[in-house]
Design a protein around this ligand. Sequence first.
Ligand SMILES: CC(C)(COP(=O)(O)OP(=O)(O)OC[C@H]1O[C@@H](n2cnc3c(N)ncnc32)[C@H](O)[C@@H]1OP(=O)(O)O)[C@@H](O)C(=O)NCCC(=O)NCCS
Length: 152
Amino acid sequence: MTDYICRLMQEEDLSEVVDLVKSASDYPWSLQNIRESLFSNYDKAFVLCSLSGLEILAFAVIHKVLDESHLQNIVIKKEEQGRGLGSYFLEQLIKFVKDQNQHTLLLEVRASNAIAIKLYESIGFQLDGIRKGYYPKGSGREDARLYSLSFV
Ligand SMILES: CC(C)(COP(=O)(O)OP(=O)(O)OC[C@H]1O[C@@H](n2cnc3c(N)ncnc32)[C@H](O)[C@@H]1OP(=O)(O)O)[C@@H](O)C(=O)NCCC(=O)NCCS
């Protein structure tokens, strides 16, 4: 996994990231969501690029609140999913969070998102609870699973 660069997202990346997110997620963030994360004082938006730097392969956002961080989103390009990039990118994000002296990384995930749940549990995230009916799904709702990874 040495063929990739994890860097902060730039404004010039916006349209490529919007396309990536739209084609890769069942519930994609809008252009406005992504733009806000780019300019917020509390969010850091990251992209994972091929070593040439020409292609963006993944996008993620970390939100910081005091000494805790929250993984707001992580999306791997559709054609690149299932090849280990999610695990690699998340490890890079965890390194960033640790370097910021944060003591916990939190996240929530749809109960139906089995691949994301596998990713988080295989990295060591602990299930802290279930938030009933948290997400809209079709005409109904679905639960959120709440996870944390502690560094202390
Ligand atoms: C969820 C997501 C980030 C995972 O990234 P990825 O690059 O596809 O996942 P990886 O290849 O790193 O695999 C992570 C784990 O899931 C497993 N996995 C990956 N694809 C799988 C599949 N199609 N079926 C079953 N398991 C799968 C892997 O075996 C691995 O588990 P392991 O470490 O125990 O072997 C990615 O699929 C994605 O972008 N999904 C759409 C957006 C999304 O749902 N984001 C999460 C929001 S909370």
